[in-house]
Write a protein that binds this ligand. Structure first.
Ligand code: TRP
Length: 444
């Protein structure tokens, strides 16, 4: 087995994990899920999902990863439960499926950067989306996005990933703050903030069943949970790092980026017509925003900056989606990193091709990941750590940190009971969505 590369520092790890977490999920999916599900009401449920379910689940992956000290599949063997390895494998598989359509959306982002320069979407935002979201342009852009991702991963953990994320994450934060400051000057900004920030608890109560599954799915997705990524990344962590402190930093920064994206998107939407029509699926986000940019003074410049931020976020995630499967293969089968990155990247590009045929295919890929793979994977992880792993493994949570064993015990019970219950509920409701889409011909 080749010598394992490690993070050059704890900060390197945090940047890479934040880079994986901060992605299209924060800046594209979060604001538009919020718009589709009643604004502030969704925000409240989402924040609860992130902190009450997401954070404890991240600790589950960290415990397995640091204790297992290897790739997500072998980690279970090292812990002494080899027959649970399939759980790690499921996560790796989910990464592959996710990257295949993530990259298609990444390709759209590339086209929108181009459109900001050429003014392509200024006239008819809907038509522009139609021309870049499917067909030859979509295929070309998807391949370019995959090529960039492969290039970074092929250069390795410290050279490629650490360096890339250390530049991209600060850039994302600074640019988003700038955009949010600019957005305060828009007419209609107040109505946007109102919609975004003042929850109507009546709406939450009466739509509970329809808000919880997307909020949970979004919480897992945005924190990159259920994909074995956090298992893989934390396996490189030193014994004296505090898992809860590192995880807390990651969750907070990730949430901050999503919240900031809302502070950019909602004023823009309300300056040019409101949030209606912005919540109808993958494409409406691009159409609504690009339409707004087309109607604003200096909209091309603002659009360019916004889509550049989105590209950075997408890339910092796509590289970790590819990194985990690649490092698994390089470690286990002794194939070189470059060869593996190229071969796997090419396979993923092909798997993603159907998602360039039209947004219904993309929605299908998306729903399979959100409603099926993610909840199953998180459920298994919670059951494993909650009920199967021995106490010695559980105590990994407190190693290198000042938390006491009562905190660990409280967390353990939370992971035993609450997390699996909530996830099963989500899974059930998500399966209904998938089933309906398949039987009523919603997808194809
Ligand atoms: N968290 C990423 C986002 O919000 C998407 C994502 C999900 C991801 N799982 C992942 C990224 C695993 C890297 C690795 O866009």
């Amino acid at each position: 087995m080749a010598e394992r590369e490690t993070w050059t520092s704890r900060i390197g790890f945090i940047f890479a994990a934040v880079g994986s977490a901060v992605g299209l999920g924060n800046i594209w999916s979060f604001p538009f899920q919020t718009a589709a599900n009643g604004g502030a009401a969704f925000l409240v449920v989402y924040l609860l999902a992130v902190f009450l379910i997401g954070f404890p689940t991240m600790m589950v992956e960290f415990v397995i990863g640091r204790r297992g000290e290897s790739n997500p599949v072998a980690a279970f063997e090292k812990l002494g439960y080899g027959n649970w390895s399939f759980t790690g494998g499921l996560g790796v598989f989910s990464s592959l499926v996710t990257l295949s359509f993530y990259s298609v959306v990444g390709g759209w982002v590339l086209s929108y950067i181009a459109g900001s320069v050429t003014g392509g979407y200024f006239g008819d935002a809907g038509a522009y989306f139609g021309s870049v979201a499917s067909g030859p342009v979509a295929i070309g852009a998807h391949l370019v996005f995959m090529a960039i991702t492969i290039g970074i991963v092929a250069s390795g953990v410290t050279d490629g990933i650490e360096r890339a994320t250390k530049v991209m994450i600060p850039a994302i934060l600074v640019l988003l703050v700038g955009l949010a400051a600019w957005a305060t000057t828009l007419e209609g900004a107040t109505a946007g903030y109102e919609y975004y920030l003042s929850p109507d608890f009546g709406v939450i109560a009466s739509n509970f069943g329809s808000i919880v599954p997307p909020a949970m799915g979004q919480a897992f997705f945005t924190l990159s949970l259920g994909f074995s990524v956090m298992i893989a990344y934390s396996s490189y962590l030193g014994r004296d790092d505090s898992l809860p402190a590192d995880g807390g930093a990651i969750v907070v920064v990730n949430t901050l980026v999503a919240l900031l994206a809302g502070f950019v998107v909602f004023p823009i939407l309300f300056a040019t017509g409101g949030a209606e029509g912005a919540g109808g699926g993958a494409g409406t986000a691009f159409i609504a925003l690009a339409g707004a940019f087309g109607n604003l003074p200096a909209g091309g410049v603002i659009g360019f900056v916004f889509f550049a931020v989105l590209l950075f976020a997408a890339l910092s995630s796509s590289i970790s989606l590819l990194e985990v499967p690649v490092s698994y293969v390089t470690e286990n089968y002794g194939v070189g990193r470059r060869t593996t990155a190229l071969a796997m990247g090419a396979a993923i590009a092909v798997i993603g091709l159907p998602a360039t045929f039209g947004t219904t295919w993309l929605d299908f890929y998306n729903d399979v990941v959100f409603n099926l793979l993610l909840p199953i994977s998180v459920f298994l992880l919670a059951i494993f750590v909650g009920w199967v792993a021995d106490r010695e493994a559980i105590d990994e949570l407190g190693r290198g940190s000042s938390i006491g064993s009562s905190f660990t015990t409280a967390w353990l019970w939370w992971v035993r009971i609450v997390v699996p219950t909530v996830v099963l509920m989500t899974l059930w409701l998500g399966l209904e969505t998938l089933y309906e889409g398949l039987t009523t011909g919603g997808y194809f």
